[in-house]
Write a protein that binds this ligand. Structure first.
Ligand code: 5AD
Ligand code: SF4
Length: 474
């Protein structure tokens, strides 16, 4: 293969972000390097998401754009990966005949082999087979250079829960956990290359290792916590039904585990939760949140909400709003229910009309806005350790840093709240290297809608100065 540049467009969840990185790593080994400019690319990969109809529409419109590119430059390789690739398989080729490779969710590691096959035998190549185990990538895969101190690491894939609305079990297959030694090895490689924070990924990390008889998730967390050089650990996603006391206690026991949990509740109505096959009720959910808060005071709890599940009445939805205000989430991700092929809920009668779903979604978001504002106001005056990750959004909007002496930095607290603060740059700064993962105490002064503003406390050695032609955060 003679190509030299690859462009990856990723839609969807962090699992896809991770898989995209895996694909880039494999291309890197073949001396095919990433580019941000699609027109420069010899290989274009679109990593797709099928969780809601809107995500699938995004895939189709991107592929529509590719039609023109492929007409102009037929030699460009087009690869469709991820959940839509898995679900649609050869149907995708019928609709978009220019696609060269359809790479299902279990075939990510076979990308180099398929590119070779394409050169040798022509295409298209389609692999939507679901394999029973997780293929391990070689341990010596290069860590891709990225100006970021935070990375994701998949610890398991698939899902066995079959929530009635969800397509994940069909497109990602059954739950399989990676071996702890492989996970630890990967994190060590990342830490060795300067990574300071890892987020462990799985559809339901609470059931990590159970099926295979591996170490439990709390034990795995302990092993990760012991790694020298790593500063912060996060994980997503937890299923409330499997959130054990042992895991809750980890928040108190492990110094690197961040004080935040994403615990999707989906609905506040017991009737709807049963129809969703969630296997808990609102009382159990709220009880678990209360326990978590007793174990780890100040823990930030975030959640997912679905508005307009089939059969959801106004009263059911009011119970969701009531649960939201009672729990007081830090942040929510809310979605209008979307029918997914194959799922039981897509066959449920009593579909909620689109305008009603839209209205409920709007109310959920508006309610949360008020809750977040109140919660953020209570943080004013408090000091939080912020891991500096980059420029603030304002700074980026104004074109990054050129000759400024007064710059705006941004990072996150352990609770995953974004905090912006000012720093003084010594001398002209052209580009800042944020790879030190500096943790700076910041006193909160102001709350915005989705972020906080503050002042660095004892900035002391917070130096932002040119160093060998580059600037760095010391
Ligand atoms: N419609 C709307 N939202 C959905 N989610 C999953 N499936 C659907 C669907 N069919 C949401 C859930 C899940 C999040 C990742 O996406 O809230 O937690
Ligand atoms: Fe989907 Fe439920 Fe599995 Fe989450 S736990 S991925 S919502 S089936």
């Amino acid at each position: 293969m003679t190509s030299s540049k690859v462009f990856v467009h990723t839609i969807g969840c962090q699992m896809n972000v991770y898989d995209s990185e895996r694909m880039l790593q494999q291309m890197y080994v073949l001396s095919v390097f990433a580019t941000d400019v699609m027109d420069d690319a010899d290989v274009i990969i679109i990593n797709t998401c099928a969780i809601r109809e809107k995500a699938v529409q995004k895939v189709y419109s991107f592929l529509g754009r590719l039609t023109a590119i492929k007409r102009k430059r037929p030699e460009v390789r087009v690869i469709v990966a991820g959940c839509v690739a898995q679900q649609m398989g050869s149907h995708l080729i019928q609709r978009f005949p220019f696609i060269d490779i359809v790479l299902g969710t279990h075939a990510v590691h076979r990308l180099p082999e398929y590119l070779k096959r394409l050169d040798r035998d022509g295409g298209p190549v389609i692999d939507t087979e679901m394999t029973a185990d997780i293929p391990e990538f070689p341990a010596d895969m290069p860590v891709l250079p990225q100006n970021t101190v935070s990375r994701h690491v998949t610890i398991m894939r698939g899902c066995d829960n079959f929530c009635t609305y969800c397509v994940v079990p069909y497109v990602r297959g059954r739950e399989v956990s990676r071996r702890p030694e492989d996970i630890i090895c990967e994190i060590k490689m990342l830490v060795g290359s300067g990574v300071k924070e890892v987020t462990l990924l799985g559809q339901n990390v609470n059931s990590y290792g159970i099926k295979e008889g591996l170490v439990s998730f709390p034990r795995l967390l302990r092993q990760v916590n012991d790694l020298i050089g790593l500063e912060r650990i996060r994980f997503v996603t937890s299923h409330p039904k499997d959130l054990s006391e042992d895991l809750m206690n980890s928040f108190a026991r492990l110094d690197k585990l961040c004080n935040h949990i994403h615990l999707p509740v989906q609905s506040g109505s017991n009737r709807i939760l049963a129809k969703m096959n969630r296997k808990y009720n609102r009382e159990i959910y709220m009880d678990k949140v209360e326990k978590l808060r007793a174990i780890s005071p100040g823990i930030a709890v975030t959640t997912d909400i679905i508005a307009g599940f089939p059969g959801e009445t106004d009263d059911d939805f009011e119970q969701t709003i009531d649960l939201m205000t009672t729990v007081g989430f830090d942040h929510i991700f809310a979605f209008a229910y979307s029918d997914r092929p194959e799922t039981p809920a897509s066959r449920f009668p009593e579909k909620v009309p689109d305008p009603v779903k839209g209205e409920r979604l709007r109310r959920a978001l508006e309610t949360q806005e008020g809750i977040t504002r109140q919660a953020y106001d209570r943080l004013i005056g408090q000091v939080f350790p912020v891991m500096v990750e980059g420029y603030s959004k304002n700074q980026i909007k104004s074109g990054g840093v050129k000759q400024l002496h007064y710059i705006e930095l941004s990072g996150r607290t352990p609770e995953n709240r974004i905090v912006n603060f000012h720093a003084l740059a010594q001398g002209p700064v052209t580009d800042i290297d944020f790879s030190s993962g500096r943790i700076q105490n910041v006193k909160i002064e102001r709350a915005c809608e989705n972020s906080l503003w503050g002042t660095a406390v004892d900035p002391g050695d917070l130096i932002i100065a040119p160093k060998g032609g580059e600037a760095y955060v010391a």
